[in-house]
Design a protein around this ligand. Structure first.
Ligand code: ADP
Ligand code: ADP
Length: 236
């Protein structure tokens, strides 16, 4: 089944076109890597999938984006809810200046979950899903900013998962990490695709080859190739 369906998507910053006629279908429970040179529109494209570009002045968007069948640019879409059902993880880990527990519980609390037992359950499950539970279970009340960079990034992924997203967007999530933390995140991405649809920007071709099922190659704001990763990387 298709989870993300994009049709004839154009995006302009003022008068400058940054995305041209993007068409793609991302199957559910898969990993798609977005690759291409710096400035080709990868991050811009990623941000169209949860309407983060709406926050930027002077942006014009044309075309259609459907997530789970829902046209996310229709007028009656709740953009706050959308940004939660399509989680985003950034290059630099950005935990809130809160406890580890508070970081994970934040989203569920906004969704109205107040019961302590239920929050505890969500916090444990989310941390288990990212392989962080054993490392932090005895210090859930400690500040998240005291964790290592790799742990912070896994915490940020757990924070996204805590609100049950359909799609997880990742913008160069390992660029700021050491090789061991990077390997852990790559392994985690492989596990998470059992449950989630993952779209990940990477400037690292080897990483795309290692972790993705499909690769989308951007150049000058155009999607010039979108194919099975194995096929794309075997082309001369
Ligand atoms: P990539 O992620 O592939 O490096 P980006 O999506 O960041 O590329 O950028 C694509 C193009 O859009 C670049 O030319 C960049 O300068 C421009 N751009 C990105 N963000 C903005 C913005 N907020 N305002 C104006 N131009 C932008
Ligand atoms: P902070 O703003 O410092 O992150 P928290 O959101 O972590 O604060 O704490 C606020 C609430 O979360 C408290 O009412 C507490 O009941 C609950 N809480 C915090 N840590 C835990 C924990 N380890 N186990 C269960 N509940 C917790």
């Amino acid at each position: 089944n298709t989870m993300v369906r994009v049709r004839h998507l154009n995006l302009y910053y003022g008068n400058t076109q940054a995305l041209s006629d993007i068409v793609l279908d991302v199957p559910e429970r898969s990993v798609t890597a977005l690759i291409g040179p710096s400035g080709c529109g990868k991050s811009t494209f990623l941000r169209t999938l949860n309407r983060m570009n709406d926050l930027i002045d002077g942006v014009t968007i044309e075309g259609e984006v459907r997530i789970g069948g829902v046209d996310i640019y229709k007028d009656d879409v709740d953009v706050d809810m959308l940004r939660k059902s399509v989680g985003m993880v950034f290059q630099a880990p950005n935990p809130f200046p809160k406890s580890i527990f508070g970081n994970i519980a934040y989203g569920p609390r906004i969704h109205g979950i107040r019961q302590k037992r239920e929050l505890e359950h969500i916090v444990e499950k989310s941390l288990r899903d990212v392989g962080l539970w054993e490392e932090v279970k005895d210090r859930l009340d400690d500040s998240a900013t005291g964790l290592s960079g790799g742990q912070q990034q896994r915490l940020c992924i757990a924070r996204s998962l805590a609100v049950n997203p359909d799609v997880l967007l990742m913008d160069e999530p390992t660029s700021a990490l050491d090789p061991i933390s990077t390997a852990k995140i790559e392994e985690l991405v492989q596990q998470l695709k059992e449950q989630y649809t993952i779209i990940i920007v990477t400037h690292n071709m080897q990483q795309a080859a290692r972790i993705s099922d499909r690769t989308a190659f951007f150049l000058n704001g155009e999607l010039i190739e979108y194919n099975d990763t194995a096929t794309l990387f075997s082309n001369p």
